[in-house]
Design a protein around this ligand. Sequence first.
Ligand code: SF4
Length: 459
Amino acid sequence: MIKNISSSNNLASNTHLTSHKSVYISTYGCQMNVNDSERMYSLLEMANYVQVDTPEKADLIIINSCSVREKPVHKVHSEVGRYRKMKEKNPNLRIGVSGCVAQQEKDKLLTALPVLDFVFGPDNIDALPSIVSELDRKSSENDKSKINYTQFRHRESYNIETYTRNPGVATFVNITKGCDNFCTFCVVPFTRGRERSRNLKSLVDDINRLIQTKGVQEVTLLGQNVNSYESDCGADFGKLLETLCANTDIKRVRYTTSHPKDFNEDLVRILAKYPEKLCKYIHLPMQSGNSEILRRMNRGYTREEYLEKIKMIKSLIPDVSLSTDIIVGFPGETEEQFMDTVSLMQEVAYETIFAFKYSPRPLTKAARFENQIPEDVKSRRLNYLFEKHNELAFELAKRYENQTLDVLVEKVEEDGTASGRTTHNKLVHFIGSQSLIGQIVPVRIIRSFPVNLRGELVQ
Ligand code: SF4
């Protein structure tokens, strides 16, 4: 899911803006990074910056990097390289790198890429207004030194307000940051630091504010492992969900990402208790279907334990929709062990999978494991997995045909195509009017595809 996003929201017009400075953020990686970029834009807007849609129009460029997938450092180097000429023409242009690569490489980036002015890590996003005012001070004093904001803030409480400019109907709300799990393939604990949770009351107040002032109808609670949420008042993730259902007018709640080792029956009973608000969609990353590989990944569960959880979930929420993350070609993975992953995928019957080839990440244990799998073998396994999943997904999507599903309408295009999601996280397209945005409406499904559904509004 590596992507480079240039959002069109809140863009400055092409006309030259004299009273504002302009910022362009290039975003790589997961939803967490997309959300971080939105927070950066919001913070910079408060500091009198406006978003522009190309780096050429910007006074400030930030590359919000991701180090979860392949060649992340190389990607930062090549993007910064593209801005070198722009900086030669405009010495006042300021360029920085944020995100996981900034956290991981720190001074190495500043040394290797002289055009860079600053780096800051995911734990320092809220320092951005201070960073830009420090940049202004340095400019006025002709101070050429660089800024490095990559110290972790483990001891500080995680107490933020959600900043989002145009959240629309559905928005993301961070509930935890960091991760303490140290899966052997994952760099997140090294780049996002120790796990911390937001306070329950301030989180509920934050979501109530989003509902009342921004018209938000659906929130997706975000964290590296939402199941280990623990407020300083002692409330766990289940208590958070119950409180949101009981004490707010939110129409729907989603969450990502869950960890199978912490996904317990108490939580599933709470999900089953509030079927209107708590969506019947669970993303439960299995990563591998083989117990020995799972042990070497340090995932904390076996194939059998994972399957037991799936059985329990399906018994309490029979029409649940499931999705997962899968890594193929983990060091030492045999053909037989890979086929265990294929068979687990088929047995669970995931409607959606997010599958990737293993690639070694610096600092992680698995990068030092012997028996790294050749690229061509990883590619062949990944293609085979997708092929098998396509067959499955077509069949699974058919269950929605001829059903009337509740769709929360998120947008309506000029040609009248309305789009929204079902509780199962299925994207549905149908013909509808602008007045439907923000409403939950019944839509009869006439055609199914693996990633979306087509339907007609039930009048
Ligand atoms: S749970 Fe594992 S995969 Fe997920 S962020 Fe933490 S270390 Fe990474």
